[in-house]
Design a protein around this ligand. Structure first.
Ligand code: ASP
Length: 451
């Protein structure tokens, strides 16, 4: 019998995405998303909402233990504390640099297009600015006073700090700590398997997430602010396909085409969840298993990047600043724009990659340069959809830097990077080996017989 060709997860996720957008548009265009309507109650806010939410929650559930074990295992894998320092410094510099390039590009493009001039300022959407963290509190907060609390709240920089410290201490204890080393390695493997299990339902979840988002929002919203939306999306694409890919090629020599192909799935996850943080498990898997970055580098650069590196968000801030400054007729001048660049880069360090956080960062920037915070109300309506696109750019930036740093530290497996099939997830990955199944059954039987 001819063997049926197995579809890969990426193909299934792509199909899920296409159907999700189509169904969402259908519901939106037919007006089935109105208050009290059956489709809205039971399908959009019932079925789609439940499936999507369960999936994102499952991803979030994986983040803390995965980062904890993979990072300790990464530190143990590197073994040398000075290399760890180099990985830290290199990724930090590259993250800041790419973010600064992103926002400078965005400001230039937006300024050249003249968006925002003559925009009607009447808006009934009110933006309430949230308190933004100060730089000193960001620095102090890297150290957790209580690691259980840090983990419970998912404070990524604190978890990273504690995991690295744990790894280093295990190394210092030496031979005696060998059982812990083994435990960490196994726990890390178990967590990666859990990622595979959760990812197996991704195509359905991506469908539900997108169907819900699009049916609630529709695309006509985007038309109201066409100039802003177009310039923003264009700048995001230029940054992803031109800037980041040139940086990748220049610093690592690796192929942008292969990189983009292998990152597609992760980008769709980021797009559907609007959260770099919730996407960490998927990004980490793609960066290690598909792009060949050694876990000793990726376990640090990926969660670190999800927290401090947001190129897409920086682009949004650049475009939004020009748009709103023009709309209010405020002349920012060169110093104003330089402040915007500096503030956006700093703001990205202290804020986690979760949905909508870009707007909070924007309010920090506005306060600094004296732009009216109410202006953010103008772009609030379209932000939910744009958040999806910029999050996909954010996670791509994290992966680019991971590859570059790994290559420079000789921690990149070029064969894996170039192998088109490496790390592809198929149904077979979730099959339990017959032999293993048999062994487990034996162990259970023995235990029963004894008792
Ligand atoms: N949602 C983005 C992220 O998680 C942050 C933002 O731009 O709001 O990366």
């Amino acid at each position: 019998m001819q063997e049926q060709k197995k579809m890969t997860l990426t193909t299934k996720v792509l199909i899920g995405m296409g159907f999700g957008i189509a169904v969402g548009l259908f519901i939106n265009l037919l007006g089935l998303n109105g208050e009290g309507l059956l489709v809205n109650e039971y399908v959009v806010n019932g079925f789609f909402h439940i499936v999507g939410k369960m999936f994102v929650t499952a991803l979030k559930m994986l983040v803390v233990p995965l980062v904890f074990f993979s990072l300790i295992s990464g530190v143990l894998g590197i073994g040398d504390i000075s290399i760890l320092g180099k990985v830290g410094v290199k990724s930090f510099v590259l993250y800041l640099l790419t973010t600064a390039i992103a926002i400078a590009l965005a400001i230039t493009m937006a300024a050249m297009s003249g968006i925002g001039e003559g925009v009607n300022l009447a808006t009934d959407t009110i933006f309430v600015a949230k308190e933004a963290p100060s730089l000193s509190s960001v620095l102090i907060n890297i150290i957790p006073s209580n690691i259980i609390d840090a983990m419970a709240q998912g404070k990524m920089l604190q978890i990273i700090f504690f995991s690295i410290l744990t790894g280093i201490s295990i190394l210092l204890v030496g031979k005696k700590a060998e059982p812990i080393v083994e435990l960490v390695e196994i726990a890390n493997e178990v967590m990666m398997k859990m990622v595979n299990i959760v990812m197996a339902v991704a195509p359905y979840a991506v469908f539900a997430l997108l169907a819900k988002a699009i049916s609630n929002l529709g695309l006509d919203l985007l038309v109201d602010l066409t100039g802003y939306v177009l310039v923003l999306i264009f700048a995001l694409m230029v940054h992803l396909f031109v800037t980041l890919m040139s940086v990748l090629k220049l610093f690592s020599g690796m192929s942008p085409a292969i990189f983009l192909k292998k990152m597609r799935e992760t980008q769709i996850f980021a797009f559907s969840t609007s959260s770099s943080n919730a996407t960490i498990p998927v990004t980490l898997r793609a960066v290690t298993d598909r792009l060949g970055v050694n876990n000793s580098v990726a376990s640090f650069t990926v969660p670190f990047g999800a927290t401090i590196n947001m190129d897409g968000t920086a682009i949004m801030q650049g475009v939004a600043t020009v748009f709103i400054a023009n709309a209010y007729g405020v002349e920012l001048g060169i110093t104003g724009y330089l402040t915007v660049i500096l503030m956006s880069v700093l703001a990205s360090i202290g804020t986690a990659g979760v949905p909508g956080v870009g707007l909070i960062m924007l309010s920090m920037v506005f306060t600094q340069v004296g732009l009216p915070i109410e202006g953010i109300g103008l772009i609030l309506g379209v932000d939910r959809l744009l958040d999806m696109i910029r999050t996909a750019v954010n996670v791509s930036g994290d992966a680019v830097v991971s590859v570059i740093v790994a290559k420079s530290e000789e921690k990149l497996d070029v064969n894996i990077f170039n192998d088109p099939h490496a790390g592809k997830l198929t149904d077979a990955d979730l099959d339990i080996d017959d032999e293993v199944e048999h062994e487990i059954a034996e162990v259970i039987k023995e235990t029963h017989d004894k008792s």
